[in-house]
Structure formats: structure tokens, C-alpha cells
Design a protein around this ligand. Sequence first.
Ligand code: FMN
Length: 210
Amino acid sequence: MKIEMSPSTMLNPVPVVMVSCAGKDPLKEETRPNILTVAWAGTINSEPPMVSISVRKSRHSHGLICETQEFVINLVTEDLAKACDYCGVRSGSKEDKFSATDLTPVSAPNMKYAPQILESPVSICCQVKDVIELGSHDMFLGEVKSVSVDEKWIDDKGKICLEKAKLVAYSHGEYYGLGKLLGFFGYSVASKKALARRMPAKKHSKRNTK
Ligand SMILES: Cc1cc2nc3c(=O)[nH]c(=O)nc-3n(C[C@H](O)[C@H](O)[C@H](O)COP(=O)(O)O)c2cc1C
């Protein structure tokens, strides 16, 4: 039996990302490059590629993103989890989170102000297209202008091997590494040949509905 609860943000797990941004003058303390941790991020369109991040008005980063209309979503690996958490509990209004976490801001393709984080395996550079005021959070709709992938995760055939990067998920207030591979897009109807090629270690029954 399921117990009915009051409405809440119970969608789990979600990605947790580090959003980098900066004001127009990166040399000024109040507009220097900054990192904000965001769990409420999502892919919302494919042509053009678009993403959203929901950010409270009170966040220092909110003002920076409004000023430049740019932000970069940086994916988080297990190695970066602690830095990611730190960027979600300290404000850039009071300290330089890049130096506090030993992360490196580097210029991002197609971005005038927002840096990418060098240590992140994938950085998604976004231009704000719209801001929707939802209540507690403002949702920034961003068009993806470029994606930078650390060459370490690209094999010699040009395939991006993100499964090796040890990405992190966030569920009900806790960070998790990703578990074992369960399947791939369409595996429930894939041929035996495709299953054997993509998941050689797994035993395959005829039709995988269970
Ligand atoms: C795991 C985690 C997820 C978070 N997700 C969000 C989010 O989706 N939106 C938001 O506005 N703040 C979120 N926060 C809080 C901000 O990251 C936090 O308030 C941060 O200190 C703001 O930094 P800033 O003031 O430098 O912008 C999250 C924090 C953590 C630890």
C-alpha cells in the first residue's frame, strides 16, 4: 500500500551540476567568476538544444546570470562531488569559490563572460532565452551554444565514453555514484545480437519486460 503525502518536490534521482557564471567585470569582487550547485536542471528541447536551471532570486549567481544572460552547466564526477557540495553551501558573494575548491575557470566557447570549469568532464555553454518566474525559483531557459568534452573521455573512434567518467546523481538529499548498467535506449526490444554486443556480461532472456 502507498501512503499519500503532501505535495513536494519528490522527483528522484536528478542530476546535480555545477553552474559557472560571471558578471561583466570578472576583476571586480562582486562579479568575479562563480559556481552555484544546481539540482533542478533539465533538458527541455532538442532542436535547438535547450536546458533549464531553476535558481532562487536570493542566490548571488542569479544576479550574475541575469546580467550577462549566460551560464555553463558542468557535469559532476565522483572526484568533484565534495567541491560540488561546497559550492552549494557557500555563497560567491562572500568568497571566491573557484579558489576555495581549487577548480579552474577557463574561457568557454561562444561565451563572452561565463567560464567553464576545467576539471569537469563536460561543460554545456548556454545563452539565456527566457526566464520564467515560478514562485520560489526563477527558471532560466538556456539555448546550448556549445558543448566541451574532456578528450580523456573520447575514444579513438570519437565515441564519448561518459560511462567511464563516474558521474554523480542526487537523490533525496544525498549524492550517489551511478550503479551497474541495466540497459540502453531500446534494449527491451533489441535483437540478441545487439544485446550481446552492448551488454556482453549480462544473460539475455527473449523479451525483457522484467
Ligand atoms: C545538492 C544541492 C543542490 C542545489 N540545488 C539548487 C537549485 O537547484 N537551485 C538553487 O537556487 N539553489 C540550489 N542549491 C543551493 C545553492 O547552490 C546555494 O545556495 C549556493 O550557496 C548559492 O551560491 P551563490 O550565492 O554563490 O550563487 C543547491 C545546493 C545543493 C548543495
